[in-house]
Design a protein around this ligand. Structure first.
Ligand code: S3P
Length: 429
């Protein structure tokens, strides 16, 4: 059990470079592995999830070296992966699991995927069903891990996604690379587009139509290894953006944060609520990046619906926290995907926020939160529900509470942000 830091006397101060982007770090290893030549990833995220991806590809016969946050991948090409004698352990990582399913579906060997208790409860049919339409042979355990993939030659597909999910889209793109003819994927809504951007940079041929949701993938590319610097993770920066917006007297600058517009939902929401953020963008050839400076502000309530969800999906627990201090009633809806994350994040947020006396009401697809009600601690022992993002949002909430709070499962931060508590301490000094 970790004792959480409470209300700081003078706010949060200073500059921070947050660790590399989780989504991009995963994809860097995967695309590097199926390319020819060397891929160098600088500012790689060395969190448990990304290390699950790294270890899985080593097991599939890809030489990969890591020194600190620099990773070198010796690509084996699209058809150079080798069968692993043991099951591949996905740990807690949904991104590793779903993307690798797409890649392994078209290989000429079989693989078994296993994961931890949380990952083993998460839905995998959203990937296995469309892959089956491409000719893949995948056996799930009642729609969950363990999953066995018997690699088969794949056919092209014309598929309309049923959920707004970058993981499903990316799995299908990785499968489509191995088909004989071009495939078309149509999303319900645009989701993070890191796979598309990176694949183009590695020499892949895919187009996104003007509608922003129709992607055509050309098969059998010869991908070429690349050198890339991974931007800071917006989803990690988001914890300090929220803290600096809410804790009086703060001023925080977050350096080199990824500003891909499919990921900047929190930035837009915070601005709409009246947040004080200035952005200094930097010229890049790849993913957009910039420095963010955040100060506290009086926040207005907000209504968010389905259209805004994908760009803020991982930051919704933080939106709930901002709403819990806003000057009115906020409504967050269309976010039912939160129920199938590392834990049911709607239920976890409601349970834990109620311990702080926050006026939050559970909805099937979100929350209603009245920020005008003063908080009062009803239970000082908070629980991360074995979910890194719940653990971190509760640690930020503790900065707004006078009395001491404890956190069960604080170790979960290792999944996406192992240095989270150290970085928070730096800003509190
Ligand atoms: C991710 C996509 C999102 C997100 C996850 C990372 C990715 O999941 O929540 O943390 O890297 O593609 P879904 O695709 O399930 O929405």
């Amino acid at each position: 059990m970790r004792a959480l830091k409470g209300k700081p006397a003078g706010g949060l101060h200073g500059e921070l470079v947050v660790p590399g982007d989780k989504s991009i770090s995963h994809r860097g290893i995967m695309l590097g592995a199926i390319s020819e030549g060397i891929t160098t990833l600088t500012h790689f995220l060395t969190s448990a999830d990304c290390l699950s991806t790294l270890a899985a590809f080593q097991q599939l016969g890809v030489p990969i070296e890591r020194t600190g946050t620099t990773v070198t991948v010796h690509g084996v090409g699209l058809h150079g992966l080798k069968a692993s004698s043991k099951a591949l352990d996905m740990g807690n990582s949904g991104t590793t699991t779903r993307l690798i399913m797409g890649l392994l579906a078209g290989q000429n060997f079989s693989s078994t995927l296993i994961g931890d208790a949380s990952l083993s409860k998460r839905p995998m049919r959203r990937v296995s069903e469309p892959l089956a339409q491409m000719g893949a042979e995948i056996t799930t355990t009642d729609g969950h891990l363990p999953v066995t993939i018997s690699g088969k030659p794949l056919q092209a597909v014309n598929y309309h996604l049923k959920v707004a999910s970058a993981q499903v889209k990316s799995a299908l793109i990785l499968a489509a690379l191995q088909a004989r003819h071009p495939s078309t994927l149509v999303e319900i809504q645009p989701t993070r587009d890191h796979t598309e951007r990176m694949l183009r940079a590695f020499g892949g041929e895919l187009t996104t139509a003007a509608d922003g949701v129709t992607i055509t993938v050309q098969p059998q590319p010869h991908l070429k290894g690349q050198a890339m610097t991974i931007p800071g993770d917006m989803s990690s920066a988001a914890f300090f953006m929220t803290a600096a917006s809410l804790v009086p007297g703060s001023q925080v600058t977050l350096k080199d944060v990824g500003l891909n517009e499919t990921r900047t939902g929190l930035l837009n929401i915070l601005r709409e609520m009246g947040g004080a953020i200035s952005i200094q963008t930097e010229p890049t050839t790849g993913e957009p990046i910039g420095d963010l400076t955040i100060q506290p502000a009086r926040l207005k309530p907000i209504d968010i619906g389905k259209a805004q969800i994908p760009a803020v999906i991982d930051e919704l627990p933080l939106v709930a926290l901002l709403a819990a201090k806003a000057d009115g009633v906020s409504h967050i809806s269309g976010a039912e995907e939160l129920r199938v994350k590392e834990t049911d994040r709607i239920s976890a947020i409601v349970t834990e926020f109620k311990k702080l006396g926050i006026a939050i009401e559970e909805q099937p697809d979100g929350f209603i939160i009245d920020g005008r009600q003063p908080w009062h601690v009803e239970d000082p022992v908070l629980d991360a529900h074995d979910d890194h993002r719940i653990g971190m949002v509760l640690s930020i909430a503790a900065l707004l509470v006078q009395s001491p709070l404890k956190l069960k499962g604080a170790d979960s931060v290792r999944i996406s942000y192992p240095e989270f508590f150290d970085d928070l301490d730096k800003l509190l000094q």
